[in-house]
Design a protein around this ligand. Structure first.
Ligand SMILES: C[S@@+](CC[C@H](N)C(=O)[O-])C[C@H]1O[C@@H](n2cnc3c(N)ncnc32)[C@H](O)[C@@H]1O
Length: 284
């Protein structure tokens, strides 16, 4: 994603930047599986492979980056609300920055990520206090029905080839009355920087310039309505749509990002509610 990996740094701080690349067209499949073929596009890599490669450098970056630490996390944690005593699933937990916050706030946390490297980093953060599985968004999750009060899925749903299946699994593992908070790249931001039709769902690539070299990061870009439909078709009601603004902590630390994100959308947050009975679809 542009901004998870993007840090407009100060002098002396490693700068992670992205540059847009052409949309992927007809890439060859290395293995047909989780990434597979979607919307007519062959993917030659699992989309979490980039995180395996970035490993610790992603953790170090995300711990204090403008877009993760001063934009996404404060807004998502606010959208989650109090978590004390709640069973929370951290879906696509990455190196465990959320789960540490959630534990500090008194939640009972379980977590998973598709990247084995991220799972290991998260286990180090959790120091044995959290069950952390290797599992993929859009695949069956290793948890019973109704196991959780809350699911948080920060900055990862755009890597899932089947967003509808990912939401369906979130719905299954949540109790009735539970909620999911999902943050992702704002569709308008992706459209503005990538061009083409806003309404097409396409696999895109950003090149992240990391301290350990350039890293292509693939993600799914889709219109906002497609993301919302995937969630509501899974049985959720949309409780809140949040277009976050930067935390005040960003103002001095990353003034350029602060100015930009104060006037343009970067990320989007949905808070989704699991009702007692799925809402009837307009068609039925
Ligand atoms: C930007 S990081 C976000 C990590 C964490 N949620 C956070 O905000 O700090 C995206 C994470 O999604 C994971 N990921 C990518 N595709 C995934 C998939 N299909 N299933 C599960 N995890 C995936 C990556 O391995 C990576 O850890």
């Amino acid at each position: 994603m542009p901004h998870r990996g993007l840090l407009s740094g100060k002098v002396g701080v490693p700068v992670w930047r992205w540059c847009g690349q052409a949309r992927l067209q007809g890439i060859r499949a290395r293995r047909v599986g989780v990434a597979g073929v979607c919307h007519g596009v062959w993917v030659d890599t699992d989309l979490w492979d980039a995180y395996d490669k970035m490993g610790l450098s992603f953790q170090q970056h995300a711990a204090d980056s403008a877009y993760n630490a001063h934009y996404d996390r404060p807004a998502v944690l606010a959208a989650l609300g109090p978590v004390t005593g709640l069973q929370v699933l951290d879906a696509a937990c990455g190196p465990g920055l959320y789960l540490r916050e959630l534990l500090d706030r008194g939640a009972e946390v379980s977590a998973f990520d598709a990247s084995p490297v991220m799972v290991n980093l998260a286990r180090q953060q959790a120091a044995g206090r959290v069950r952390i599985d290797q599992a993929a968004l859009g695949e069956p999750l290793p948890y019973p029905d109704g196991a959780f009060d809350l699911v948080v899925c920060a900055l990862a749903i755009h890597y899932a080839s089947d967003r509808a299946a990912a939401f369906a699994e979130f719905c299954r593992v949540l109790r009735v009355g539970g909620a999911v908070v999902v943050s992702t790249q704002h569709s308008v931001m992706d459209w503005l920087r990538k061009g083409g039709s806003y309404f097409q769902t396409t696999l895109e690539t950003d090149m992240w310039h990391t301290p350990s070299g350039d890293q292509p990061v693939h993600f799914w870009r889709e219109p906002l309505s497609a993301l919302c439909t995937a969630a509501t078709d899974a049985g959720f009601l949309i409780e809140k749509v949040i277009e976050p603004v930067p935390a005040e902590t960003m103002r001095e630390r990353y003034p350029d990002d602060y100015e930009k994100l104060s006037s343009e959308p970067g990320f989007l947050i949905l808070r989704l509610f699991k009702p007692a009975r799925p809402a009837p679809s307009p068609a039925s």
